[in-house]
Design a protein around this ligand. Structure first.
Ligand code: CP
Ligand code: NVA
Length: 343
């Protein structure tokens, strides 16, 4: 629910504020700040989280391993080549066995049905670390990044962001227009079911061929949640970025689609995010840029990606704090439903 999403992101912000000072080199903190140091939640003390990854990962894996240790527990990386899954053993048996020894499963799978199967038979919560359809932990990092940069989006009273008494240090965000230019893949799909529920407008441009549009099971969920009311979808990238405060893209060739490279590069010709495209399309002159990474030059040029509009690296850093927040609440405190974890 929107309340849970907000709570998770506010919790990530809190954990970041508590934990970052711990990670500074000794002696660099001012005495007053040092006296305020508090140990981050140790909710994973003596617990192990299995990282069941059938695909490559830099950010999600490093975020998971480092945050499990900060929470006092450990992450056990189980790659495709390491375990019996998919070769000698079914997801059903694997889920039961790993769930019998570990206190949580964070799984990166190929087809989304694989994570549904793991969740069905696991005795412990299963969190999606990316599937063919969804990438729920990514949108949480994107949200935290937007909240942290809320000042950049305040138009009526620059420099001031509203703070609520419920989470006094968590900056509020005004309703934004968020444009996505590119492939309808896992990262976009979680944006579709998240941003509209939080009051933001989404404008998407992808090629007309239905393979580049949201699959029926994703769109069904979008409609069930009433998110379609705040989504515009067309094939002209210039139209998509009109009025955009934030422009987002992702690779045109997701993991597993390498054989389609040539066809995809052709289909997405003209979709590269550039200054020119956003100027011509009439984006907010102060628009900011997000990308989940890994990034290729096809979908965004260097000027934007390494330029002052880009929040891509703070966004990558925030994978850690948002994953730490979910690990704390879901695996440490058993305080979230499995349904949320599966999107
Ligand atoms: N954004 C993201 O999920 O990156 P990794 O594939 O490196 O984990
Ligand atoms: N859509 C991309 C996201 C990578 C984080 C992929 O699935 O490869």
């Amino acid at each position: 629910s929107p309340v849970q999403i907000r709570r998770l992101v506010a919790h990530a912000h809190h954990l970041k504020q508590v934990t970052v000072p711990w990670l500074q080199p000794q002696g660099t903190l001012a005495p007053k700040a040092a006296s305020k140091l508090r140990l981050p939640s140790q909710s994973l003390f003596n617990k192990t989280i299995a990282l069941l990854f059938s695909k490559r990962s830099t950010r999600t894996r490093v975020a998971a391993e480092t945050s499990a240790s900060l929470l006092g527990g450990r992450a056990l990386f189980l790659g495709r080549e390491d375990i019996q899954l998919g070769v000698n053993e079914t997801p059903r048996d694997t889920a039961r066995v790993i769930g019998g020894m570990c206190q949580g499963i964070f799984a990166r799978v190929n087809d989304h049905s694989e994570i549904e199967e793991l969740a069905k038979y696991s005795p412990v919560p299963v969190l999606n670390a990316l599937s063919s359809l969804w990438h729920p932990t990514q949108v949480l990092a994107d949200l935290l990044t937007l909240h942290e940069h809320a000042n950049l989006f305040v138009t009526s009273s620059p420099g001031k962001t509203k703070r609520t008494s419920q989470s006094p240090n968590f900056p509020e965000l005004r309703p934004l227009t968020i444009a996505y230019v590119g492939d309808s893949a896992n990262v976009l799909h979680d944006m579709l079911v998240t941003y509209p529920r939080l009051g933001h407008q989404l404008r998407v441009a992808s090629p007309e061929d239905k393979k580049y549009r949201a699959p029926p099971e994703v769109w069904r969920r979008v409609e069930e949640l009433g998110c379609d009311q705040r989504i515009w979808w067309g094939s002209d990238p210039r139209q998509a970025v009109t009025g955009a405060d934030v422009v987002v893209t992702d690779t045109w060739i997701s993991m597993g689609q390498e054989a389609e490279k040539e066809e995809r590069l052709k289909a997405f010709s003209g979709y590269q995010v550039t200054e020119e495209l956003c100027r011509e399309g009439g984006a907010n002159p102060d628009w900011k840029f997000l990308h989940c990474l890994p990034r290729k030059q096809d979908e965004v040029n260097d000027e934007v990606f390494y330029g002052p509009r880009s929040l891509a690296f703070p966004e990558a850093d925030n994978r850690k704090w948002t994953i730490m927040a979910i690990f704390d609440l879901l695996f440490g405190k058993w305080d979230l439903t499995e349904k949320l974890a599966l999107s």
